[in-house]
Each structure stands twice: as C-alpha cells, then as structure tokens.
Design a protein around this ligand. Structure first.
Ligand code: DQA
Length: 145
C-alpha cells in the first residue's frame, strides 16, 4: 500500500512544543519510528507536514492517484477545516484521523472534529502509537475491501 502521512500546523515543532502534552520526540523521529515498525514493512510511506491549509489540500489532490490510504493528524485544523474535510471526501481515499493527545479530554473547542465523519477511523491519546494504530486500521480496511 502507498500511504500518505500528513501532519498539520505546529507539528513541525514537536519535541519542543508543549512536551507534557505532545511528548519529547520530534516529528522526524516519530516518522522514522513509524516507518521502522513491522506493520510498515512492504508498504511505502510518504511524509508531509505543513502549517498551511491549502498546501495540505493540494497534497491530498496531487497524491490522489498515488495514495491507497491516508493517515492525517490535522492538528488545529481538526476542529474547523471544512476544506480539508471536503478534500478527503473528494478523493475518496480511506483516511484515518490521528492525534497524539486525547482531544476528548481537553478544552471544549478540541472535543469536536469536523474531519472524523469522512474518515474510516479516529485514533487519539496514544502519543506516537496513535500513528501506528492508524496504520493498522488502514491495513485492516484494505483487507476488508
Ligand atoms: C493534536 C490536537 C489538536 O487539538 C492540536 O491543535 C494539535 C495536535 C494532537 O495530535 O493531539 O496541534 O492534533
């Protein structure tokens, strides 16, 4: 499977950004860890991070013929980007939404995701393991098709 792993705004600062909430590992370290997991073997992972909504949408569009699955941590866009939601719905690629923290137990504005409804799954609160769980869900969906 070709899997596009997208990270949204401020996740480029992982490692220094609110480490008590998001951990001390950098995004690069998390990406390398994910790629080295046994579950990733035999699959191609492509990593993309942007602080810009339009760039995330452009990547979803431009990789639509390449990607068989998407793992996305939309970061703050989770809570209000109808444009990213529409992009995921438009390409029809199985997508799992992931979060490092448990957004259901944080501020009220974080509790709602506008992205969730167009995804095949949502994983939160497991730190970097949320990405691995997201990958497992995608592989499961692929097997069920
Ligand atoms: C996050 C949770 C979001 O509410 C927040 O805006 C982020 C990170 C997470 O991974 O826990 O930037 O998506």
């Amino acid at each position: 499977m070709n899997i596009l792993v997208i990270n949204g705004p401020n996740l480029n600062l992982l490692g220094v950004r609110e480490p008590d909430t998001y951990g001390r590992e950098t995004l690069e370290e998390i990406n390398q860890w994910l790629e080295s997991q046994p579950e990733a073997e035999g699959h191609t992972l492509k990593f993309f991070q942007s602080n810009h909504e339009g760039e995330i949408i452009d990547t979803i569009h431009s990789d639509r013929d390449w990607a068989d699955g998407i793992i996305i941590n939309p970061a703050a866009f989770t809570h209000y980007s109808y444009a990213i939601r529409d992009a995921i719905a438009a390409v029809g690629i199985p997508t799992v939404e992931v979060h490092l923290s448990d957004i259901s137990k944080r501020e009220d504005f974080r509790k709602h995701s506008v992205i969730e409804a167009v995804c095949v799954g949502q994983v939160m609160g497991l730190g970097k393991a949320s990405y691995l769980e997201g990958l497992k869900r995608l592989l499961r969906v692929e097997r069920e098709v």
